[in-house]
Design a binder for this molecule. Structure first.
Ligand SMILES: *Cc1c(COP(=O)(O)O)cnc(C)c1O
Length: 388
């Protein structure tokens, strides 16, 4: 029997429930901080470890569980945890797997905020972070110490684009019981199968290709191993990481088109890179599908495609002032960080501040090829080269 309610209460409590049986393609967006329990017993039996039930909005809703399951499937894993940015996913992995007294190895060309997080862990958390040559391959064995717990890889490094030998690094690491993580953002999990190459977890910045809209920040860590996932889930819980329902929906909405977009970025980038390769102003094209790129043979062996992101080194006769003028003269390419969206982007980098061992001369400029016509992008670069 329905009790008589005052209007004030009726605004908050309603007896109406929509009919069952509604079906449509989009995943429903579940907004929730509070999750409701049927009765006290089900509240008491709730456990945030177990994704068969719901405890609190931060720890998952049907929307976020669905996105996690789909990402695990795309990457070839079995478990996934979402974080509010790619960098938050990196931090979750570091805090899950490292404690005071431990050592972590990072490639010198690693995503810069990951490198800086390593420096912070070294300064303030009693962890040592050491940086290795991304082309070290099996030589990583000599760098592993008895307290090394984690080796990060990134394929390729997203500014200088060296392609690492992941199977060789995994073999050396696993012989010493060290966990290997892969930042697989460049290939979106489509063109590089990290788990098949031996990594223990894959990190994705969903901010890039998965979202595809330059409008969402999100990250994920995917594993194939329940025990490893449990360690990550503890850090996820303790650090209070969660993502908003609308953001999760935006990523889910973009997944069906990701392969088509990725292939278009790939084709466009190769056209633009091939044109740049023919230009006398350009000393080398750092695109893994091109011979100039360190680790090109490894890309050929391990990858089935390439993303839209690559860099060029200008001839050493051009000054930074000149290449800055080139960047400013571009009109279709906008100056901005990130990539994976429809709009082409450009960014000049000062490598000497970022990479102590960087030997090559020449200014580095990074391009993210969007979904515009490659011919229009080439015409834009051609007119901007005149500003050199
Ligand atoms: C963008 C990016 C990240 C971080 O992602 P955010 O969501 O921007 O924090 C990590 N790794 C790589 C290679 C990236 O390109």
């Amino acid at each position: 029997m329905t009790q008589t309610k005052s209007l004030q209460t009726a605004l908050i409590h309603s007896d109406y429930t929509a009919p069952q049986g509604f079906a449509a393609f989009p995943q429903a967006i579940h907004h929730a901080s509070t999750v409701l329990f049927k009765d006290v017993a089900s509240m008491r039996s709730g456990n945030w470890h177990d994704k068969s039930a719901y405890t609190y909005g931060l720890h998952g809703t049907p929307t976020t569980f669905t996105l996690e399951a789909r990402l695990a499937e795309i990457e070839g894993g079995t478990h996934c945890l979402l974080a509010p940015s790619g960098l938050a996913a990196i931090a979750m992995a570091n805090f899950a797997l490292l404690k005071s007294g431990d050592d972590v190895l990072l490639p010198e060309n690693v995503y810069y905020p990951n490198r800086e997080l390593g420096r912070w862990l070294s300064q303030d958390f009693g962890i040592t972070a050491r940086y290795y040559d991304p082309l070290v391959g099996a030589g990583i064995a000599e760098l592993i110490q008895s307290n090394t717990r984690l080796i990060w890889t990134e394929a390729p490094g997203s500014v200088t684009m060296e392609v690492p030998d992941i199977p060789a690094i995994c073999a050396a690491a696993h012989a010493r019981g060290v966990i290997v993580g892969l930042d697989n953002t460049w290939s979106a999990g489509l063109a590089l199968r990290g788990f098949d190459l031996g990594v223990d977890f894959v990190m994705q910045a969903l901010t890039k290709y998965h979202s595809g809209g330059s409008d969402v920040l999100m990250g994920a860590v995917i594993t194939r191993d329940k025990q490893l996932n449990d360690r990550l889930a503890l850090a996820h819980m303790r650090l209070g990481l969660g993502v908003g329902a609308d953001d999760a929906y935006l990523v889910l909405r973009s997944l069906p088109t990701m392969k088509l977009r990725f292939d278009a970025h790939d084709a466009g980038a190769r056209s633009v890179a091939a044109w740049l390769k023919s230009r006398p102003e350009i000393a080398s094209v750092l695109h893994p599908a091109f011979e100039d790129c360190p680790g090109h043979a490894i890309w050929q062996r391990d990858f089935t495609g390439a993303g839209g992101l690559f860099s060029v080194l200008f001839d050493a006769s051009y000054t930074e002032q000149q290449t800055d003028r080139f960047v400013d003269a571009l009109t279709l390419f906008k100056i901005g960080y990130s990539w994976g969206g429809a709009h082409s982007l450009v960014m000049p980098y000062r490598l000497h501040g970022m990479r102590r061992s960087w030997q090559q001369g020449g200014q580095l400029v990074r391009f993210n090829i969007g979904l515009e016509s490659p011919q229009d992008l080439i015409a834009d670069i051609a007119q901007a080269l005149a500003a050199l």
